[in-house]
Design a binder for this molecule. Structure first.
Ligand code: GLV
Ligand code: GLV
Length: 341
C-alpha cells in the first residue's frame, strides 16, 4: 500500500458529476480535465505517463500505444456501460483493470428508447417543427383528420436485438403499450425471464421480417459491427422503424441512408452514429421521418450521477485491494492482484 499521505494519482478525462469526484478524492489525488472537449491524444499520452488510475470516456481511445505509455497505470474506470474504445486484450495482458458502469443507466436508456419510438411513430419532432415554422398556421385549419398521421403501437411487434439489461428493460416498459415482443441475442434468456417479459426468441431474420419496430441494444464488438446492413434493412417491413441507442457502428450508415431514400423502411430514431458528432451535412439530417439525438440516452441526472458513483466505487474497491464491483476484464486477476502494492 501507499504510505498514508501519498495518494495514488487519477486523471479524469472530463468533468463528471461532483458526487463521484468527492468520493474519489478521499482515496486519490484527483486531476480533472477542465475542458468541454476531450483531452487531445498527445495530452492524454503525456498525462498517462505518471498516473495510477484513469477515468475514461467513450471518446478516449485507450489502446496498446497508450497503455505502453503508462507504466504505473493499474486501473481504467470507464464512465460508460460500453467500452469499445478500450483495447481489453491489451489491458488484460498488462494487468490493467478495466471497469464500466452497467445497471445505473439502464432505466434512463430504456426510457429514452421509448421516447425515440414514440417520437418517430407519432412524428413528434416533425409536428413540433410544423407548429413553430408557421406551417400549421398556414393551413388555416386547427384540426384535420389526415394531418400528421402516425402509427399506433398497440398490437404491433417490437423486435429487440440484444436482450441485456437495457433490452430487457425496454421489453418491460413495452407491456404498458401492449406490443408483442420478439428478441434476438447470441443466446436465449432463461425460460423464467422470457415468460415474465412475454418475449419470444427468434433468429435475426425472423425478427427483422416480423417487427414493426426494431430496436438495437447490443454492445459494439467485431461480431456486431454493421450487424444491420443492406440485406437486413431489406428484410424489414416497408412500414417498420429502426431505433438505435446502442452504438452507431452496429448499423451500416450508408445502407441506412439508402433504405430511407428508397423507402425500404418507414423511419428511424437514432441516438448514436458512426461519426460523432454527426456532421450537419450528413444525409441523415435531411429526412423528416428520422429523429436524431446527440448520444444522450443516458443523459439524466439520475443515471449520470449513478455512473459517477459507480466509477468511484470501482476505484475505491481497487484501492482497498478488492476486486472492483463491475470489473470487465475478469481474467486480469490472474495477471495482477487489485491494489497499488
Ligand atoms: C454510453 O454510450 C455508454 O456506453 O454508457
Ligand atoms: C447494459 O446495462 C446492458 O447490459 O444492456
Amino acid at each position: 500500500m501507499y504510505p498514508e499521505m501519498v495518494k495514488p494519482k487519477v486523471f479524469i478525462t472530463r468533468q463528471i458529476p461532483e458526487k463521484g469526484i468527492e468520493m474519489i478524492k478521499e482515496y486519490y489525488d484527483v486531476e480533472v480535465w477542465p475542458e468541454y472537449t476531450p483531452p487531445p491524444r498527445e495530452v492524454l499520452l503525456e498525462k498517462v505517463k505518471d498516473i495510477d488510475a484513469l477515468v475514461s470516456l467513450l471518446t478516449d481511445k485507450i489502446d496498446c500505444e497508450l497503455l505502453d505509455n503508462a507504466p504505473r497505470l493499474r486501473i481504467v474506470a470507464q464512465y460508460a456501460v460500453g467500452f469499445d474504445n478500450i483495447d481489453l486484450e491489451c489491458a488484460t495482458k498488462k494487468g490493467v483493470y478495466v471497469t464500466n458502469t452497467p445497471g445505473v443507466l439502464t432505466q434512463s436508456v430504456a426510457e429514452f428508447t421509448w421516447g425515440l419510438i414514440l417520437a418517430v411513430t407519432r412524428r413528434i419532432v416533425e409536428a413540433d417543427n410544423f407548429v413553430r415554422s408557421g406551417e400549421w398556421w398556414n393551413t388555416k385549419t386547427g384540426w384535420h383528420p389526415l394531418m400528421l398521421l402516425g402509427m399506433e403501437l398497440k398490437g404491433k411487434t417490437l423486435g429487440i436485438i440484444g436482450m441485456g439489461r437495457i433490452g430487457r428493460t425496454v421489453a418491460k416498459i413495452a407491456k404498458g403499450f401492449d406490443v408483442r415482443i420478439l428478441y434476438y441475442d447470441v443466446r436465449p434468456l432463461p425460460e423464467e425471464m422470457e415468460k415474465e417479459l412475454e418475449a419470444k426468441y427468434v433468429d435475426l431474420d425472423t425478427l427483422l421480417k416480423e417487427s414493426d419496430i426494431v430496436s438495437v441494444h447490443v454492445p459494439l464488438t467485431p461480431q456486431t459491427y454493421h450487424l444491420i446492413g443492406e440485406r437486413e434493412l431489406k428484410l424489414m417491413k416497408k412500414t417498420a422503424y429502426i431505433i438505435n441507442t446502442a452504438r452507431g457502428k452496429v448499423i451500416d450508415t450508408q445502407a441506412l441512408i439508402k433504405a430511407l431514400e428508397e423507402g425500404w423502411i418507414a423511419g428511424a430514431g437514432l441516438d448514436v452514429f458512426e461519426q460523432e458528432p454527426l456532421p450537419p451535412d450528413n444525409p441523415l439530417t435531411k429526412f423528416k421521418n428520422v429523429v436524431l439525438a446527440p448520444h444522450i440516452a443516458s443523459a439524466t441526472v439520475e443515471a449520470r450521477t449513478g455512473m459517477a458513483e459507480l466509477v468511484a466505487k470501482n476505484l475505491i474497491a481497487f484501492y482497498k485491494g478488492e476486486i472492483p464491483p463491475t470489473l470487465v476484464n475478469k481474467d486480469v486477476v490472474k495477471v495482477r492482484s487489485p491494489g497499488f502494492k
